[in-house]
Write a protein that binds this ligand. Structure first.
Ligand code: BT5
Length: 270
């Protein structure tokens, strides 16, 4: 087997690229780690400051929700987790931080590549219906208050799915490189992403709610959907999201249900 040559990121080049005042100014970099979210959660629990960035070139146990796998070959994706301490939010409002981050992923991808990403509820970033990124939000709650929020972000920058070890993703996933036909600088995307997250998070801190804009980016909206939740499946039409990011689904009997967590299939997808 031929060892793959990848050019890794490094702390000095990340420091030099960042355009933020506090986000990512504390960087923990690993060429290889289990999961940046696990690492960030551990650091948050022992007092790491708000804005800490944990970033890796490769994860041996990259996770999605419900312990699903996040697949990304060495040196080809953005794999990072951010620690926030939004003491101005209640635990049930924590999804607002994830909304800010997914909007920032869209901003940064659009800025760096000119592509037009959309969001699929609750945490997927899509280009032309294919998944280019995903977010994993995990909360630390102490004495009923929000101690920290870790937002893990995976973006397929130069990931190649053709002939890869993940055949199931060949039709459902894409990467920026696949869309553009040329490599994209992970460092440039990282710098744009963190700048956009910081600006949007400051607006959230100042009381500006992101859900209207987030809703306007949702491919899910207005669609006939099937939402798979633990123990049941809900069918209906996605009619909106509320301030905390819950999906509002109108059933055929006219009642509207508020869905906090689940997997959405657009019914046109079969
Ligand atoms: C997500 O979960 O989409 C959240 C992914 C978050 C990954 C980041 S990477 C840095 C940080 N550290 C971690 O350990 N995680 C975060 P979910 O909605 O559950 O989607 C998972 C599903 O997406 C999998 O079951 C696959 O079907 C699909 N998938 C896996 N890898 C993918 C990829 N590279 N591109 C597109 N889809 C993928």
């Amino acid at each position: 087997m031929v060892a793959m040559q990848v050019s890794g990121l490094s702390v000095p080049e990340i420091n030099a690229a960042l355009e933020t005042s506090w986000l990512g100014q504390q960087v923990v970099y690993h060429s290889c780690v289990g999961s940046t979210n696990d690492e960030a959660k551990g650091l948050a629990e022992v007092g790491a400051p708000e804005g800490t960035l944990v970033i890796a070139d490769y994860q041996t146990a990259g996770r999605g929700r419900l312990d699903r796998l996040w697949w990304s070959p060495p040196g080809s994706g953005l794999l990072l987790s951010l620690i926030f301490r939004p003491t101005f939010l209640m635990p049930q409002q924590a999804q607002r931080v994830a909304m800010v981050c997914s909007l920032a992923v869209c901003d940064a991808v659009a800025e760096v590549t000119g592509l037009a990403p959309a969001i699929k509820w609750p945490n997927d970033v899509l280009i032309e219906g294919r998944k280019v990124g995903g977010l994993l939000t995990e909360l630390g709650i102490a004495a009923s208050r929000l101690d920290h929020v870790v937002v893990g972000i995976g973006v397929n920058v130069n990931v190649e799915f053709e002939g890869s070890g993940a055949p199931a993703l060949m039709t459902s996933a894409t990467s920026l490189k696949a869309e553009l036909g040329s490599e994209v600088s992970r460092l440039m995307l990282l710098a744009a992403l963190l700048r956009c997250v910081e600006a949007r998070y400051e607006r959230l801190r100042a009381g500006v709610l992101p859900h209207d804009e987030w809703q306007s980016r949702l491919v899910t909206l207005g669609q006939a959907v099937r939402v798979t939740m633990p123990g049941r499946v809900l069918a209906g039409r996605a009619v909106g999201v509320d301030a905390d990011g819950a999906l509002l689904v109108r059933r055929s009997d006219g009642e509207t249900e508020r869905v906090l967590a689940g997997d959405v299939t657009l019914r046109s997808e079969g």
